[in-house]
Ligand binder design. Structure first.
Ligand code: BG6
Length: 492
């Protein structure tokens, strides 16, 4: 519809994110009829390129990263929407020119003064750009709205996140700030609430009386690749736990919201993070495991250890793996542990949530040789998408044997990894002004409070890195973490 008319201004128009995710996502959206009729993309870059060159570069990225093949007539439509604006966003004086350019484009393109400012740049530039937008009066168009989209990392700890947020709030209202967590754009992450709140057989037993433990496991085969410099400052805690894992945990553990409004949902999510039991150093001593990969073999190919990666110091103590046990201290969850695990260069690529239900008494069928397999519900986020459910039945061929029946509705669909798909939904929501799938400030803040404690504990720990081989499933201690509770990680 016409009310979705807008100019999308991308700071970082020649960067990786724009090429690999944003532009392919826009192209896919166009094919799906999700782009407004009056829509422009203004890509800002420092490089000296003509608009034509820029558009050709984008076309080849779409060819490479989009799930859809290039259709020349469709591409011609998107091509016309894309503008290249050369400008160094560190240059304060340049913003006035950008403003004038956008105002003219607005008038010529019927985009109604609606703006999306997308910061697809390194975090050290967030403040500068937002200041530039502010001082040049770009948020003060007579008509229309202005929204700010900000990529992670949102700060590097609680203090820097607060500072950054303060700076953003001087210019944009909370309701116009879209903090991206691309996991929230994934199909099965959005499905968590549906599975829980649309199925009596799940929701009625979704608590500590019936659930033995919950596991959230995001394991990657990839190493840090060329991102050593970023990753050194980040580690798995900031890269995956503070954001993606905390978001998943909130959705899995939240109370039913009173309605599906953005803030009703976010308020319930927030309460989960706030209910995480105080994580003291004494608690962490027994309940967290950090790891860093050494050399090893992935899919038959030898790979180097983390300390040998590009731009990583030889004595780096950055964690590429974390396993952690958490307690959520509320009536629904007290006593049911949540185990989380994430790491790079592991033997399996998968993101899943495992709900392990409690065992029945070991009587009747489970008296003798039959070992009881628990009911398991697995929410598969990637690479396959769907749900796995395990329950017990009688073996057809014998009188007594009980076997675990494995029902799996999951299937492979392209692009549940870090691909443009998640961005399609997110960009569409930004256009519509729906921020449900974005993190509200207080959620980010609460997640940092938790992450900071764990990171600070880590910096005081004696780490014996590297402590797992590439291609393994992580440090031995991460298995002991569950074994000492009489449990195990499920790789279903
Ligand atoms: C990003 C992290 O946020 O998520 C990366 O910075 C990680 O290190 C990626 O590889 C994983 O995302 P996905 O969608 O591939 O699971």
């Amino acid at each position: 519809g016409d009310n979705l008319a807008a100019i999308l201004v991308i700071f970082g128009g020649t960067g990786d994110l724009t090429h690999r995710k944003l532009m392919p996502a826009l192209y896919n959206m166009l094919l799906d009829g999700l782009l407004p009729k009056h829509f422009r993309v203004v890509s800002i870059g420092r490089r000296d390129k003509t608009e034509d060159q820029y558009r050709e570069d984008i076309k080849s990225s779409i060819e490479k990263y989009s799930r859809n093949k290039i259709d020349e007539s469709k591409w011609a439509v998107l091509r016309e929407m894309i503008k290249y604006y050369r400008f160094d966003f560190r240059d304060h004086d340049g913003y006035a020119g950008l403003k004038a350019y956008l105002d003219d484009l607005d008038a010529a393109s019927k985009t109604k003064g609606n703006r999306i400012y997308y910061l697809a740049v390194a975090p050290e530039y967030f403040e500068t750009i937002v200041q530039g937008i502010h001082l040049s009066g770009m948020t003060k168009s007579k008509e229309g709205w202005s929204r700010l989209v900000i990529e992670k990392p949102f700060g590097k700890d609680l203090a820097t996140a607060r500072h950054l947020n303060q700076k953003l709030l001087e210019v944009f209202d909370e309701s116009n700030i879209y903090r991206i967590d691309h996991y929230l754009g994934k199909e099965m992450i959005q499905n968590i609430m549906v599975l829980r709140f649309c199925n009596l057989i799940f929701e009625s037993i979704w608590n500590n009386k019936f659930i033995d433990n919950i596991q959230i496991s995001l394991t990657e085969k990839l190493g840090v690749g060329t991102r050593g410099e970023y990753y050194e400052k980040s580690g798995a805690m900031r890269d995956m736990v503070q954001n993606h894992i905390m978001q998943i945990l909130s959705l899995v553990a939240m109370e039913p919201p009173v309605n599906l409004n953005t803030d009703s949902i976010r308020t319930e999510k927030l309460k989960v993070i706030e209910a995480i039991e105080d994580i003291t150093p004494e608690f962490l001593r027994d309940n967290v495991v950090f790891g860093q990969y050494g050399r090893g073999v992935i899919d038959g190919v030898p790979v180097v250890g983390y300390r040998e990666e590009e731009k990583v110091p030889k004595d780096s103590n950055t964690e590429t793996f974390v396993a952690l046990k958490l307690h959520i201290n509320n009536f629904r969850w007290a006593g049911t542990p949540f185990y989380i695990r994430t790491g790079k260069r592991l033997g399996i690529y998968s993101a899943e949530i495992v709900i392990q239900f409690k065992n029945l008494p070991n009587i009747l069928y489970f008296k003798d040789s039959n070992i009881q397999e628990p009911n398991l519900l697995v929410i598969r986020i990637q690479p396959n998408v769907g749900v796995f459910f395990q329950f017990n039945t009688k073996d057809f061929s014998t009188h007594h044997d009980i076997v675990a029946t494995k029902m799996d509705t999951s299937y492979a669909i392209p692009g549940q990894g870090n691909t443009p798909e998640a961005y399609e939904r997110l960009i569409y929501d930004i256009l519509r002004g729906d921020s449900t799938l974005f993190s509200r400030w207080d959620e980010v803040e609460a997640a940092w409070k938790v992450a900071d404690k764990i990171i600070s504990y880590r910096s005081q720990s004696k780490l014996n890195f590297p402590n797992y081989d590439a291609g393994s499933m992580g440090p031995i201690r991460s298995f002991e973490l569950l074994a000492k509770d009489g449990r195990k990680w499920w790789n279903i």
